[in-house]
Design a protein around this ligand. Structure first.
Ligand code: F6R
Length: 259
């Protein structure tokens, strides 16, 4: 596990974009994307690279972590719609190369199985981008989610629903349920890149990196992954006990270890 502490959210975005650019080098990669606010600056940086120097994205397939139950692409809070608006449509990715769990399906169990099958049929995920909820969720795997879980329906925690209310039109409640890749599903990506910025994430980042591996902090499962990197800003790193050591590791990185 690697912890990269960057000065500002902008620096987090630059480094995260470097990791994604690196993953795009293979012939037909699958790239796992996260939604929410944190990765927006990373997507803006990638769009800028596309416009400035023609970085290409159209050879890859993109998969999302989750979707609200009952919400289809016609809804403004739909994650599939959101990722197209803030990223994939702006870098020349065709709509049919962007996939997410189908939260609008009548048969949610079947939709979850179909998403697992799709992930199994695609080329292996080169990288999976993750955010982290205040309670430690990754995807919508709320505290006490099984560390071996697969794509399925989850009940959203009240703090998650409160935090995400801002993405919904006035007066419309956040759904109670979501379809989400499981923690076991997330862990199958070749590389995990968890992004966090701001002081509100400091305590949960400390728990995920330096606390025990536990289902009550789902992001602590990254400690078990052979190639997991946390890219966080100073504010999100402010509760870490081994802060100085993480910096020493980065300063003394072997040249072959890039980005
Ligand atoms: C989004 C997702 C969530 C978010 C998390 C952090 O696809 O799966 O786990 O990454 O809730 O959200 P922000 O970045 O808005 O703080």
């Amino acid at each position: 596990m690697e912890v990269r502490i960057e000065s500002t959210p902008h620096d987090v975005a630059i480094l995260a974009a470097d990791f994604i650019e690196f993953a795009l080098r293979v012939e037909r990669p699958t790239i796992g994307l996260a939604t929410g606010e944190t990765p927006l600056a990373t997507y803006a940086e990638l769009i800028d690279r596309h416009r400035r120097r023609g970085l290409r994205f159209d050879h890859a397939t993109y998969v999302l972590l989750d979707e609200y139950v009952g919400i289809g692409e016609d809804h403004p809070a739909s994650y599939r719609r959101h990722i197209r608006e803030v990223f994939t449509d702006l870098v020349g990715v065709p709509t049919n190369a962007v996939h997410g769990p189908r939260g609008e399906a009548q048969d949610l169990e079947h939709a979850a199985e179909a998403y697992e099958q799709l992930l199994a049929d695609l080329p292996p995920r080169a990288i999976q981008i993750l955010g982290i909820g205040r309670g430690g969720h990754i995807g919508f795997n709320e505290p006490t989610s099984s560390l071996g879980s697969r794509t399925r329906i989850k009940t959203l925690h009240s703090t998650t629903r409160a935090d995400n209310q801002r993405f919904f039109p006035d007066g419309e409640p956040v759904p109670l349920h979501a379809l989400t890749m499981g923690i076991g599903t997330i862990m199958e990506a070749g590389k995990l890149l968890l992004l966090a910025t701001g002081e509100t994430k400091a305590d949960v980042i400390e728990a995920a990196i330096e606390g025990p591996i536990t289902a009550t902090v789902p992001a602590s499962a990254l400690q078990l992954h052979p190639s997991a990197t946390f890219v966080i800003d100073q504010a999100a790193a402010s509760s870490l006990k081994h802060h100085d050591y993480y910096r020493e590791i980065v300063m003394n990185r072997p040249v072959w270890q890039r980005p």
